[in-house]
Design a protein around this ligand. Sequence first.
Ligand code: AGP
Length: 368
Amino acid sequence: DAGHYDTGGYEHYLLKEISDQPESVARTLRGRLDDRFHIAHLGGLNLDPRETRAFRRVKIIGCGSAYYAGQIGAQLIEELARIPADAEPASEFRYRSPVVEHDTLYVAVSQSGETYDTLAAVQELKRKGGRVLGVVNAVGSAIAREVDGGVYLHAGPEVSVASTKAFTSTAVAFALIALHFGRVRDLSPSDGRRIADGLRRLPEQIERIVEQGDAIAALARKYAPHPGMMFVGRVRGYPVAREGAQKLKEISYVHAEAYPASELKHGPLALIGPDMPTVAVVPDDELLDKNLTTLGEIRARGGKVLMIGHREPDAKLAEDVIVVPKNEVELDPILLGIPLQLFAYHAAVALERDVDKPRNLAKSVTVE
Ligand code: AGP
């Protein structure tokens, strides 16, 4: 139920929530960046510097989009804080009788704070003495109450079943956590400043992506009639590709597969052809050339490519390109995800789907 919250003149909650992201990201950042020491203030973590230095691993759990945002989070923590980190679906984690380690920090991610699989995983961790933090949007929710500390997103209410602004704010919250951990550990003040400045630029850059809505809608109308689409990305681009495929599936019902770009030749390349276009997430990072080679391989097999990147590729490696403002490499995945939300939204509108309440899905899955 939307309660007091309405679509504010937008046709759907989803478009309102996508368009709200310059503000929701600003709220996630508000009061948390320190100009002087280039650190993040996250008192809610309840961790002193000695404890922060003692963790040897970070394990992030969540379901669906929360899990994909957690995968971005794991990459940020590993890159900026140099702590081995990975993400796993909470639903799998709780059923495989995980070994709970005292020097691992567990982080549960949930927009609603009520997802039963994630809550059950947190309770199992706590029973076994694990230290669990939460990255949660809904204040006072079941998961928020259960964890030892954490970060609230302050993204505001999210009504549409498909998560958008909570996803983006989760990635931003992990960037803050990674900056915080990094500066307690070995991230230099100058790298701290670079990341903090990059975070401050995000709201304005997101605004510039949202302004491209009409152009993205035209692309969505062009691609939506295909029976299926492939989404690919390497390392920083991969969780973005997974979330892009998830959004398209959820609200447009177009079949979408996400693969690491490097895995294409190990199987899914067989699917590529004129009927199976590829959305390629191509950050401007040290893997750019590898990604462009992959685009060439797709094009050589007659596959159309829609590239999401920071500039037009030199050769005609992509039939279509959405150009996204560039930030620091570590933060670029946050920006690259936003055009894919608009793409899925406009594909769903073009196919006349029930955008805010897709069939078979609930906003939060509070049962087993
Ligand atoms: C997102 O678009 C989905 N509807 C779904 O994957 C969701 O992210 C997942 O169920 C987790 O929900 P939560 O963040 O409220 O725990």
